[in-house]
Every structure is written in structure tokens, then in C-alpha cells.
Design a protein around this ligand. Structure first.
Ligand code: DGY
Length: 323
């Protein structure tokens, strides 16, 4: 029997590409640059499976295909707000993602950002590399203590829970949680977390707020000027979820006018473009979407896509089907 044909939109870890090639007729995007909507449409007409990732804008325009050959989008990544759900359903596409395997590494990056912004690590490194460090002094780059403070987590899925585990068991932090649905008491008690009813109740009580909710239209600008105003004036905002969850213009204003203590971002609306206003803010730490960027997580993500493809092409419902 002919092997199903598969198109991979970006380069993957070598070990995963090699295994993929053993089981499928694979075409790689050797240029490793994001495809345009018309290039994506072309692949949807030619391959049984397309394996996209966060940099592919699978909008209604890109999914406007008359005769799609593709039956499954095996997304490399847990977030899939870059895929237009309505159009994918209209095309009868199965869509899968890669949960679990990146939760710990993404939480590690969220904790890295939290520590960096609280302890002014970015500012310190910039000063040192610019040759401007004049030596130790009692008043130099004074930050905020992390241990024992209150962390608010918005979105208590797998990554949010891993963040809470690090914060509570590693740093003795108190954890408040906002989640759309009720979280089981046993899950909350693992990290001595308390669930609150709404975001407005959470924000004024936290020293740190970390975002772990999905992106997409529903959560676009969930953190806007009004919500930034509700934060304590010395509190910090951390985002490893999706860029669109924060109104970046409002955040830049809050940072420039010291309305909050600082922010730390791994994701941006319209990345890799960074709004110039954010670039000017010293009380902001920025990383280039590194949440899952470890050898272990990136390989596991690829193998998880392979599991989903194997399920699908053997006639079973893939374990990580999201659409
Ligand atoms: C994810 O898995 O959603 C990461 O952000 C990479 O897309």
C-alpha cells in the first residue's frame, strides 16, 4: 500500500524527521520560512497530511481550498489559535495538537521570566555587556523578592499547573487561580492554590500574574488598560501563552508610566515583529518564543505528531484531536 503523503511546513528535529520519513512520503520545507496563504493552499491540494505550526497563519483565506486532498492537520505545538476552526471544520479536516510534552519546559521559561523581571536580570546583563558596570553598591539594580509572594495564574491547564508547582514548592509562593471552569479541589490542593471567580478579583491581590490561557479571538486583549489598572503598582505580568492575550499598546503605556512594576514576555502579537514602544521599556524582559525550545520537548512534540498521524491513518481517532 502506498504511504500517505505528508508536508511539513518548518524544519523539525533531525530524529523526528528521520522517523517521519520511514513511515510517510515526506516533503520538507527546506527553506524553513513561513509559507504564504497561497503556498499553504497549494500543499493542502497535494498532500494527505499537512503538519503546520504556530508560524503558519491557517486563516479562512489559507483554508479556502476547493479540492483539498489533506484530511489532517497535525499541528506541531499545543496552541492552535493560528488555525481557523470554522474553515477547518468546513473542509472536514481533523486537527491535532501536542499537549503535555512541553508543559514543564514552558513553565520553566515562565519561571525564568518571572525571576528575570523581578530581579532585573535583563537590565543587569545589558549594563554589563555595555561596559557600564561600575561595581557593587548597596543601591544598585534593586529588585523585588520572589519567595513568599502571591502569584496569580490565569488559565489552570497543564502549563498553568506546572507553573504553580514551581512557584509554590520551589519558592513558597501563594497561588491564586482564575480558570474558566471549576478546578477540582484535589488539583488545586497539590499546589495549595485557591481559585477565584473572576480575573478582576485576582489582579488586585497578586504580586505576579502569569498568563497560561489559550489565545484566539476569545481571549484577544484579555489584559487591556482597565485590567492593567487593577494590578498592584509594583506587580509584574508574565506571558508565555499567546501575544494577542495582551493589548501591547496598553502594556507599553503601563510600563512607560510605571503603572505596574514590569513585564516579561515570551510571545508577541504579530511576532516576530516587536512594537517599537515595547523596545523602549527597560522594565520589560523579552524572549523570542522559547517556551518549548529544549531538545527534549521539541523532539517529544514531533513524536507526538507522529502518534497522532499513526492513529489517524490506521482509522482511529487521534489521541490529541482538537477539531
Ligand atoms: C505551542 O506549543 O503552542 C508553542 O507556543 C509553540 O507553538
Amino acid at each position: 500500500m502506498a504511504k500517505p503523503s505528508v508536508f511539513v511546513t518548518r524544519r523539525w528535529p533531525a530524529a523526528v524527521e528521520a522517523t517521519l520519513a520511514e513511515h510517510y512520503e515526506v516533503q520538507l520545507n527546506t527553506s524553513d520560512r513561513p509559507l504564504t496563504p497561497s503556498e499553504l493552499r497549494e500543499q493542502l491540494g497535494k498532500f494527505d497530511a499537512v503538519l503546520p505550526t504556530v508560524t503558519d497563519r491557517l486563516t479562512a483565506e489559507a483554508l479556502d481550498v476547493k479540492a483539498a486532498r489533506t484530511r489532517i492537520l497535525g499541528n506541531y505545538g499545543v496552541g492552535y489559535s493560528h488555525i481557523c476552526e470554522t474553515s477547518a471544520r468546513e473542509l472536514g479536516l481533523t486537527v491535532t495538537n501536542t499537549p503535555d510534552v512541553l508543559s514543564e519546559c514552558t513553565a520553566d521559561i515562565a519561571m525564568t521570566l518571572l525571576l528575570m523581571v523581578a530581579r532585573r536580570a535583563g537590565e543587569g546583563e545589558r549594563e554589563l555587556r555595555a561596559g557600564k558596570w561600575t561595581g557593587w553598591r548597596p543601591t544598585h539594580l534593586i529588585g523585588s523578592k520572589v519567595s513568599g509572594k502571591t502569584l496569580g495564574i490565569i488559565g489552570y491547564g497543564r502549563i498553568g499547573q506546572e507553573m504553580a508547582r514551581r512557584a509554590h514548592h520551589g519558592f513558597g509562593m501563594k497561588v491564586l487561580v482564575y480558570n474558566r471552569s471549576p478546578v477540582a479541589p484535589a488539583v488545586l490542593s497539590r499546589n495549595k492554590a485557591t481559585q477565584v471567580n473572576c480575573i478582576d478579583e485576582l489582579l488586585p491581590r497578586c504580586d505576579f500574574v502569569s498568563l497560561h490561557c489559550p489565545g484566539g479571538a476569545e481571549n484577544r486583549h484579555l489584559i487591556n488598560s482597565a485590567r492593567l489598572d487593577q494590578m498592584k503598582p509594583d506587580a509584574f505580568l508574565i506571558n508565555t501563552a499567546r501575544g494577542e492575550v495582551i493589548d501591547e499598546w496598553a502594556l507599553a503605556q503601563a510600563l512607560m508610566y510605571d503603572l505596574i512594576g514590569g513585564a516579561a514576555l515570551d510571545v508577541f502579537d504579530g511576532e516576530p515583529r516587536i512594537p517599537p514602544d515595547l523596545m523602549q521599556c527597560d522594565n520589560l524582559v523579552m524572549l523570542p518564543h522559547l517556551g518549548s525550545a529544549t531538545k527534549e520537548a521539541r523532539e517529544a512534540m514531533g513524536f507526538r505528531v507522529l502518534d497522532n498521524l499513526a492513529d489517524f491513518f490506521s482509522g482511529h481517532d487521534p489521541r490529541d484531536r482538537v477539531i
